[in-house]
Design a protein around this ligand. Structure first.
Ligand code: ADP
Ligand code: MG
Length: 664
């Protein structure tokens, strides 16, 4: 194939392997591996120089470089350099190879730092040549072991100069409107800027294209859904639904009822449902989705519930079995650790329609799963899944209704733009009797205060979550982190409390056992990485203590905080950090998820909010939904006009995008 890296002359298997590690597999990946910064080789004005300043100068080597100090560990090389204005002392620590081939009379560029005391330039880089005008702009790429920025740059250069056939997705009318150049030139400009102006111009164009494709896809999906009629209309007895609701052990909140009504309307209409339910942690989204499942069950179709973690899947499964114990509903659980034999049986029962309700993780989107009559797809914590994952599941039914749930509310303006393909229900009211969680920020040096508060909870027979950050779940110190914590907790509470530990590297059977012991109260203190972040529900847990809280995003902390305060007892969230933090203090003041997300958005960028949706789509590489929001709004208008005026072209592009993106 044309787009294999192997076809690039000069790129051998070793380099390909290193590129693969950077997530680069094809030539397309390579040429869209954009630099994270640039070095501008512009001559420093030495008359303005201060101690420690970065220096870039060029000149002629005046003296042969000689080793000046004989210290074993540090070798210092010195020589003199002259330009039209002055003579400079250059010195170099170690790295002798940089001047191995330097001779007097040679023209070189020196990059380094100015040391005022010694009146010297400490070089970090020496290259042959002179500084050009306009200055060269060098692209710097993320590097990995086995491949450095220079080699990546060279590989990209190679790729851009082999007859690439590049698809320019922006319609010609729009290209003309903005005077866009051809795509190859724009890409070359990004990787090898000829001037700052030209670079900025090219960057705008690439960003535009990314946002255009992103929004066009959303618009296309929305339109497609509006045109699709369901193959069957459901008849759902409202009375049966109400009867079922009346058996619940609690009163539904106002917003829960409204949402359930909206879902009922959707399910019984001719048009396919695509609804997002946004609601703070603990607002009771699960029961809403289960009632949706019940309605679907009454209309004799199958329901699939997809969740991001196994622990959550198990919990939903147990809840569902409990809730529907008086119904004939056949409920099953499918995760990656379901045994082969059980899996085969589940596949069979899904395809012959024996199973009414399947709950599982991403395992649900495997190829060999066939449904008999999939009518409703529910995804919990939907921001964790990419659009594509949901779309794959969608293809498993004829035209299934879709219900997504998210505890990470998105500020309204953004939601309208980004979730243009969905209807949104908000659950803002809280179940009655819930006490506000008291949040306290505590400096690590005052950890005794925290231990004291923990002890109070243990003595009143409540349970506690203790969270350690998992900075990188691939790393071992992550484990070390929670092991250290465990020892500390043992020391402090070993005599009065049972301590359990759960982390991402444990086998799921072990995890399950620990979670079960926590749920049944056998474990009083559960130490965990963020595997418990989503969904877990233990009403007797009244405190969550989060160590190194400053390393988490606010939305994540808010989610974690939502693990407590699920019963009627007063609950606490202790945020421990080595350093004072305004963000953490903000959490002391508010418990409203919408406000938290708004604040997070303002202070931290879209990180938590769009992380997955963005990477799941892999369309947006240069563009950034928050930083480029103004452009995004403009692009949205363009997409809307284009979809109206160029119906055919819009459709063609939309369906090709849908195809390309779904292959994964
Ligand atoms: P989330 O919205 O975070 O998914 P859950 O659905 O897990 O929240 O609900 C949290 C807890 O609140 C559960 O124990 C659930 O049974 C309970 N709950 C849900 N709705 C109500 C209600 N209307 N009144 C009282 N408790 C409720
Ligand atoms: Mg939930």
């Amino acid at each position: 194939m044309m787009n294999e890296l192997i076809n690039l002359k000069g790129i051998g298997p070793k380099k390909i392997a290193a590129l693969n590690k950077l997530g680069i597999y094809t030539v397309e990946d390579l040429i869209t591996d954009y630099p994270y910064k640039y070095n501008i080789l512009k001559r420093t004005d030495m008359s303005l120089i201060k101690d420690g300043d970065k220096v870039i100068i060029d000149g002629v080597v005046e003296t042969m470089p000689t080793i000046a100090s004989t210290n074993q560990a540090i070798k210092k090389t010195v020589f003199r350099l002259s330009d039209a204005r002055a003579i400079y002392q250059i010195c170099l620590f170690n790295q002798q190879y940089l001047c191995r081939e330097l001779h007097p009379g040679e023209k070189v560029i020196i990059i380094g730092k100015y040391d005022q005391r010694r009146n010297m330039i400490v070089a970090s880089e020496i290259r042959k040549g002179i500084i050009t005008n306009p200055p060269t702009i060098e692209a710097i790429y993320y590097q990995k072991e086995g491949i450095n920025s220079k080699t990546i740059s060279m590989a990209i250069e190679l790729a851009l100069n082999t007859n690439l056939k590049l698809e320019n997705y922006i319609p010609v009318t729009i290209q003309k409107k903005y005077h866009f150049q051809d795509k190859l030139s724009a890409l070359k400009e990004i990787h090898h800027p000829t001037s700052t102006m030209n670079y900025l111009y090219a960057k705008q164009q690439i960003k535009y294209e990314e946002l255009f494709l992103y929004l066009l896809k959303i618009q296309f999906l929305k339109q497609k859904r509006q045109e699709e009629k369901k193959t069957q209309t459901r008849k759902i007895s409202k009375k049966k639904v109400l009867d079922f609701i009346s058996t619940l052990p609690f009163e539904l909140t106002k917003d829960q009822i409204t949402t359930i009504e909206e879902i009922y309307q959707d399910l019984t209409s001719h048009q396919r449902m695509n609804r997002l339910v946004q609601g703070d942690v603990g607002s009771g989204k699960t029961i809403v989705s289960f009632i949706a499942c019940y309605m679907n069950y009454l209309s004799k179709s199958q329901t699939a519930l997809m969740v991001p973690t196994e622990i959550l899947a198990i919990q939903h499964y147990e809840n569902a079995k409990n809730l529907f114990q008086n119904e004939q509903m056949n409920i099953a659980l499918l995760t990656s650790s379901t045994k082969k034999k059980d899996k085969d049986k589940i596949y069979q029962d899904l395809s012959n329609g024996t199973i009414d309700f399947i709950i599982g993780t991403q395992s649900l989107i495997q190829k060999n799963i066939v449904f008999h009559n999939l009518g409703l797809i529910i995804t919990d914590e939907q921001h964790r899944f990419g659009v594509n994952q949901r779309n794959i599941l969608k293809t498993k039914g004829l035209s299934p209704d879709i219900l997504s749930m998210s505890a990470t509310p998105i500020p309204r303006t953004y939601a309208l733009t980004l979730y243009g393909d969905m209807e949104v229900s908000n659950i803002k009211s809280k179940p009655v009797g819930r006490k506000t969680i008291i949040t306290k920020f505590i400096l690590e040096s005052k950890i005794k205060d925290a231990l004291y508060l923990m002890k109070e909870q243990i003595l009143s027979h409540h349970q506690i979550y203790v969270i350690a950050p998992s900075i990188d779940s691939q790393e071992d110190d992550d484990l070390g982190n929670i092991t250290i914590l465990k020892n500390k907790m043992r020391l402090a509470f070993g005599k009065i409390a049972t301590i359990g530990i759960v982390h991402g590297k444990m086998k799921s059977s072990e995890k399950e056992k620990v979670m079960h012991n926590f749920e049944t109260g056998k474990i009083a203190i559960l130490i965990s990485t963020t595997v418990i972040e989503v969904g877990v529900n233990v009403p007797n847990a009244s405190m969550i203590v989060i160590f190194q809280a400053d390393l988490f995003g606010l939305s994540t902390l808010h989610q974690l905080r939502g693990r407590v305060g699920r019963g009627s007892t007063q609950s606490y969230c202790l945020l421990i950090s080595k350093v004072p933090s305004k963000r953490l203090e903000f959490l002391e003041k508010t418990t409203d998820g919408f406000q938290v997300s708004e604040y997070d958005f303002k202070t931290r960028g879209e990180g938590d909010l769009f992380g997955t949706r963005q990477s799941g789509d892999a369309i947006l590489k240069l563009a950034n939904i928050k930083r480029d929001f103004t452009m995004l709004k403009k692009v949205k208008e363009d997409v809307e006009i284009f979809s109206k005026n160029n119906k055919e072209e819009f459709r063609k592009l939309g369906s090709s995008l849908e195809r390309i993106e779904s292959v994964d």
